[in-house]
Write a protein that binds this ligand. Sequence first.
Ligand SMILES: O=C(O)CCC(=O)C(=O)O
Ligand SMILES: [Fe+2]
Length: 361
Amino acid sequence: MATTTQLDFSLFHSANPTVRTSFCKKLVTTLYQNGFARLINHGVVPSSEIDKAFETSRKFFHLPLSQKLLSPHPASVHPHRGYSAFGIENVSAASKTFESDSPPIPMLKDMKESYDMGSPLDPLYANIWPPGGVYDDFQKVMERFFGVCYRAELEVLEALEVGLGLGLLAGSGNGGGGGGGLRDLHRDGTNELRLTHYPPVRVGEFGGFGFGSGGEDDGDGKGNEARKTRIAAHTDFGSVTLLFQDSVGGLQAALPPKSSNFIEIESGNPHEIILLVGDCLEKLTGLPACRHRVHLPDALKTEKEGEEGEGEVDARFSIAYFGKPDREASLRPLVEGLVREGVEKYMTAGEFQEMRIQGTY
Ligand SMILES: O=C(O)CCC(=O)C(=O)O
Ligand SMILES: [Fe+2]
């Protein structure tokens, strides 16, 4: 199994400026090389809050389907809020419509159910909570966790500013003058949080391992019914994703970042923050967006030598916090070398996200 390095985020809080700066540079180098980083000792999202969020998520998904459907994700793409039952969202469909330099992504059905929420202060979209009596603590716990993650996001963005040498003119934004900090573009907190539950599944149901009728890498788009995964390969739309996972495994990232070679991002423990570079951060800084998926864990791949892949992969729970630039923020690169000559107007983050989300459902 590949091993991916953990970075000690407590060094960012060091009183010694040299230690702090060198940590930030290491973070940036790691993200340039991998598109993701594993942060430990961060303290910024307390372990007790993470445990509580996972416990709440488990309780929510264990409710009867009829109860979960009382806070349904609308049939349209907006608002991206509420509960999506097993088989509703198909991430590879969205990824296919997006023009990128990544290899084409064959159609795979996602085996998951999820619950999405946004900022309680979002002026555009309200959250869709379970009605009274269904799960009364849910909203309180999730809103609190959302706030904690936003504070963590701002710290991560600050570390990136230091590591990239940005933000020297912090406060100026990036409205054409250049040189503003990343945090200036993330003031509204119009971010999203997603709880995901991947039910237990037989090993043989996964596509792409030479049994069943999978075959993820042939990409002919046929026989979709048989091609299943937990979540198909994609990049996240925003700037930084803070991901928390349990110990089941199967989260995989393309390494090198734009390739189709996937390595497993091991589950250290649920308190680790897995930091993924998203599309907007790539546009702003040139750090490569992390193409990732959740598939058959490496530890179970030996089963492909077995009879019919009859073993079972445990249920998996994850929590993803998607930090995004403000809707009005321009995606003009903050790194001057990336600014394209002749381009006068860059898309706003809101316009870009809209383009990406169309086709997800
Ligand atoms: O479940 C995971 O670990 C990843 C989820 C994910 O990539 C997403 O929801 O965008
Ligand atoms: Fe993702």
